[in-house]
Design a protein around this ligand. Structure first.
Ligand SMILES: [Cu+2]
Length: 392
């Protein structure tokens, strides 16, 4: 019954809250990855020695004959969609990583003992002064997503999604990334206007990159690792949100940040799941999550009071799909199409945040109740992109 549209909300919530149903779903998801025919063959055909062919060796000014690397058509739909010269990483290091999934390096170490932690959705306060310095590390660590599932994640700061950054138009962000992992990583802030060839370049293990920027526009912006293949690095967990507040004050509100991510999973060992690159190319995720854990704000809702104005800063990290953001039983009195507080539109039911994008949504809680916030693309809501705004 709950698979029919529209589901009864009470059914949906109780079903998602059931450990046995979640276990069934994850098991099914794991079996699905094993059952996709031709994946292993396609991978080895794409990449001699099992190396991902999207880990381009291109240097600025060089060109490659992409045709020479086109794999034979195995019948799998993804076999024709590689783009080994995408140059999404403008300064690729020598050497290619050999990961078909994210269970690399230390990403599974101690997985069985990792504890579940709710991801705090509250927008952190602005740091004092006009400059903040961040020194982050790229690390491979296991992250518990639920009772049943641990993700072998590639991360910034050991967190999935990575920490929320809060700054203001015209303030300064001094950023350093040090890479603790064996494979190259990098950082690309969508809130920065900067030479990507230098600032967003990949760094090898033990090396660092430092850059400084001043955001020009207010809004909710994505950041992510941009190392090729960028699809793999975003999809394996290396992304988060930077919220840029305007200099002019906005209406007082309870402010929350939601990062929507898709997960494409392999069952690598006893309950540990890894992000699978070939499944990412199919664009059909196993889980779609707000702030990294399926249904976490159903288990532990976001709580506000009657009369509160609520501001959601929503980033769709993708890597492929939008977040069709909607709050059941509410209407947004304001959605900012451009930099807040400009370009406001009124009286909105649902608005799509594109992958790689972010938007600001506001509503006023006039009455008490439990208001589900969802990706109204309900296939993705059903896969975990749902939570409860509890108004007390
Ligand atoms: Cu990376």
């Amino acid at each position: 019954m709950a698979d029919q549209y529209p589901p009864l909300l009470s059914d949906l919530v109780s079903r998602l809250d059931s450990p046995s149903d979640r276990r069934t779903f994850i098991t099914r998801a794991g079996l699905l990855s094993l059952a996709i025919p031709g994946v292993g063959a396609a991978l080895s055909a794409c990449s001699p020695n099992g190396v991902l062919s999207d880990s381009t060796k291109a240097r600025p000014g060089e060109t490659h004959d992409t045709g020479a690397h086109t794999p034979p058509d195995t019948g799998a739909s993804h076999s024709r969609v590689h783009n080994s010269d995408s140059r999404l990483d403008s300064a690729v290091l020598k050497g290619e990583h050999r990961a078909a999934n994210s269970a690399t390096g230390s990403a599974t170490q101690g997985a069985s003992s990792v504890t579940y932690q709710r991801y705090a959705p509250e927008l952190p306060p602005l740091p004092p002064g006009g400059t903040q310095s961040l020194h982050w590390h790229a690390r491979e660590v296991p992250i518990r997503l639920s009772d049943d599932t641990v993700l072998a994640a590639w991360t910034f700061e050991g967190q999935f999604p990575a920490p929320i950054v809060h700054t203001r138009v015209g303030d300064t962000v001094e950023f350093t990334l040090t890479n603790d992992a064996d494979i190259p990583h990098s950082m690309d802030f969508h809130a920065a206007q900067i030479d990507p060839k230098n600032a967003f370049r990949s760094v090898a293990k033990g090396q660092s990159v430092t850059f400084t920027f001043k955001p020009k526009w207010a809004g909710a912006f994505m950041y992510h690792c941009g190392t090729a293949p960028v699809l793999m690095h975003i999809g394996a967990g290396m992304h988060g949100a930077i919220i840029v507040s305007p200099r002019e004050p906005m209406p007082a509100a309870k402010e929350f940040v939601l990062v929507q991510s898709e997960l494409y999973l392999d069952d690598v060992k006893g309950g540990t799941q890894a992000s699978n690159y070939q499944k990412m190319l199919t664009t059909s995720p196993d889980l779609v999550v707000f702030n990294g854990r399926p249904n976490q704000y159903i288990k532990d809702p976001i709580r506000v009071k009657v009369g509160d104005r609520v501001r959601f800063w929503v980033v769709s990290a993708g890597p492929q799909h939008p977040c069709n953001f909607h709050v059941v039983g509410e209407q947004f009195d304001t959605v900012y199409l451009g930099a807040p507080p400009n370009s406001a539109i009124r009286g909105v039911q649902t608005f799509a945040v594109p992958p790689g994008g972010g938007m600001c949504f506001e509503l006023v809680c006039d009455i008490a109740g439990e208001f589900p916030f969802v990706n109204h693309g309900f296939g993705h809501g059903q896969k975990g992109a749902i939570g409860i705004l509890q108004v007390e």
